[in-house]
Design a protein around this ligand. Structure first.
Ligand SMILES: CC(C)(COP(=O)(O)OP(=O)(O)OC[C@H]1O[C@@H](n2cnc3c(N)ncnc32)[C@H](O)[C@@H]1OP(=O)(O)O)[C@@H](O)C(=O)NCCC(=O)NCCSC(=O)C[C@@](O)(CC(=O)O)C(=O)O
Length: 272
């Protein structure tokens, strides 16, 4: 219903609206123009960027979603499975429990890394580096600032892929093929080259980090990058719950921890 009464509140949206017979999304007829014609990844990009991605952008974006969907028995997957054990009546509770674990150590780093690179680029005075040496110097400066804050460099290190995360070179390769290897990815690569000098040990550039760099190069808002990691992991967690139903492990996790619990007398425990 539309009204011209100035006292009636108005709530603007360019996303979804509906009448009794139509649903409109992003200015298109959802049923007639979008269903069966637009992929889910394309729609997710479009909903945030308010523009359709180019084919190259879509390839990079969907590669990110694929890269971050699942990585085995991560804290997010374990949290989802154990929550489902306790509340099988709440699929959404299990998925939410997993998503809540997307943070500064695992998964949420997609955004942290995008922000970290973006800040370094944004606060850089003068033109962007033109040579690998200049990128390396910029990376060293960014690492030093992070060290000064007493924080880990987001996007560096992985509990499994000590000698290199297989996702990283592939995503950089795809972005390069599509002409979308921009300053965030270039700085990220320099961070990798400089990790030994800057951090004191050679650490791999991880998948969560490279995804953040690639998404930032697509021009997606850095404040929302965690959302794309969660979107991807949502699909992975649904898969984890489906497998939990077919082939449960959560009860064994529970029993393993519970049956192997060791009582420590609080009066003799030396840890504060
Ligand atoms: C990732 C991990 C906790 C690994 O720990 P680790 O246990 O292997 O190594 P640590 O024992 O902590 O480190 C050994 C020594 O190197 C130092 N050191 C390590 N990293 C350092 C660093 N970045 N900056 C400076 N110093 C560092 C450390 O201080 C220690 O020094 P020291 O105490 O002197 O011995 C650690 O790197 C870290 O916090 N990284 C930053 C956050 C980050 O980028 N997270 C993304 C991880 S990927 C991801 O999220 C996707 C996902 O994994 C997730 C999922 O699905 O849930 C998937 O795959 O899809």
């Amino acid at each position: 219903m539309t009204t011209t009464d100035p006292t009636t509140p108005r709530y603007p949206t360019s996303l979804g609206t509906s009448t009794a017979t139509e649903i409109n999304l992003l200015g298109h007829d959802l049923a007639g123009d979008l269903m069966g014609k637009v992929g889910f990844g394309e729609l997710a990009f479009w909903l945030v960027a308010m523009r359709r991605p180019s084919p190259g952008e879509l390839r990079v974006f969907e590669s990110v979603l694929v890269a971050l969907a699942d990585h085995g028995f991560t804290p997010t997957a374990i949290a989802a499975r154990v929550t489902y054990l306790s509340a099988p009546d709440s699929l959404q509770g299990a998925i939410a429990a997993g998503l809540l674990g997307g943070g500064s150590r695992f998964l949420g780093v997609t955004e942290d890394c995008g922000q970290f690179l973006h800040t370094a680029l944004d606060t850089h005075e003068g033109p962007l580096p033109a040579t690998e040496d200049e990128w390396d110097q910029m990376a060293l400066d960014a690492i030093a600032r992070q060290k000064k804050l007493g924080k880990h460099v987001p996007g560096l290190g992985h509990p499994n892929h000590k000698d290199g995360d297989p996702r990283t070179p592939v995503l950089i390769g795809i972005a390069t093929e599509e002409g979308l290897r921009g300053p965030h990815l270039q700085l990220f690569e320099a961070i990798g080259r400089m990790s030994e000098r800057g951090v004191g040990r050679a650490l791999p550039l991880n998948g969560a980090g490279v995804c953040g760099a690639a998404l930032a190069d697509l021009g997606l808002p850095v404040e929302l990058l965690r959302g794309f990691a969660l979107l991807a992991r949502c699909a992975g967690l649904l898969g984890q719950i489906a497998e939990e139903r077919r082939n449960p492990i959560a009860h064994d996790i529970y029993m393993s921890v519970d049956r192997n619990a060791v009582y420590v007398d609080p009066d003799t425990d030396p840890t504060p």
